[in-house]
Design a binder for this molecule. Structure first.
Ligand code: SAM
Length: 241
């Protein structure tokens, strides 16, 4: 039986519906059960995270929100790396920013960039409510331009980079991220499967081509230790050597 994400979402309990962004066509019952289990039984979201997911799910572009299990994984890695400086490219309503800023120490900072001012505005009251507003330095600018500027002053300064914007310039974003990360820093390239399009040979749009090219490139790149994790819409985790 084919997995129908919207049908499943309709049947899921509130916690699952509010914390998941299931997009793939899953073919086996096992996979359906696995996804349901992960999103109902393994997430530990705060009330503010849940509230922001709920508000985000009412936005017209709701599918853009980062997957809750993926963000939980990056949060855990960043926390255990004792990250103080995190960069997020692609903010949307600020769920990732809220979650990642919340693991930072008092002196830590999350630098964030999005081209659209409207969506981060939705998240800001939740950043305030969670007490992380003062840790988030938001820039409204196209990512390429922003990253070019940042590499001139902050090379080697970031512990973690969460890349989650458009895919067509991924290669440029990847190179800039490697400059910005410290040795041993973590790069998380989110949504790398392009809603599963990367898995199909006949999907040949610009974003999918860029994602396929970047996957091949990172996997062969001796500057990083990396793996592709099939969570959410796929995430590459790469540690800078
Ligand atoms: C998948 S969403 C990000 C989700 C977000 N990380 C979260 O925690 O929910 C992608 C975001 O990238 C932004 N974006 C798209 N193209 C961009 C660009 N060229 N520069 C900066 N941001 C861009 C979009 O406005 C959108 O908010």
């Amino acid at each position: 039986m084919a997995f129908n994400a919207s049908e499943l979402t309709g049947k899921m309990n509130v916690k699952f519906a509010e914390s998941s962004r299931v997009r793939w066509t899953k073919e086996s019952e096992f996979e359906q059960r696995l996804m349901r289990f992960i999103y109902t039984d393994t997430l530990h979201l705060t009330p503010t995270q849940n509230e922001l997911r709920k508000v985000s799910s009412e936005q017209p572009l709701r599918v853009l929100i980062s997957d809750a299990a993926v963000i939980q994984l990056i949060q855990m890695l960043a926390k255990n790396m004792q990250a103080k400086h995190i960069l997020e490219i692609g903010v949307y309503t600020g769920y990732g920013a809220l979650s990642l800023a919340s693991i930072l120490p008092d002196e830590g900072q999350l630098v964030a960039c999005d081209v659209d001012p409207g969506m981060p505005e939705v998240g800001e009251p939740f950043w305030e409510k969670a007490g992380v507003l003062n840790k988030i330095d938001l820039h409204i600018q196209p990512a390429k331009e922003f990253l070019n500027e940042l590499t001139k002053t902050k090379a080697g300064c970031f512990d973690v980079v969460h890349l989650d914007a458009d895919k067509s310039l991924l290669d440029d974003y990847y190179e800039a991220s490697l400059v910005l990360l410290r040795k041993g820093g973590l790069l998380a390239v989110d949504g790398i499967l392009c809603v599963g399009r990367v898995l199909y040979d006949d999907c040949d749009d610009e974003e999918t081509r860029a994602a396929k090219a970047l996957i091949r490139r990172i996997m062969a790149d001796e500057r990083v230790d990396c793996s592709l994790i099939p969570m959410g819409d796929g995430i590459i985790l790469a540690f800078k050597k």
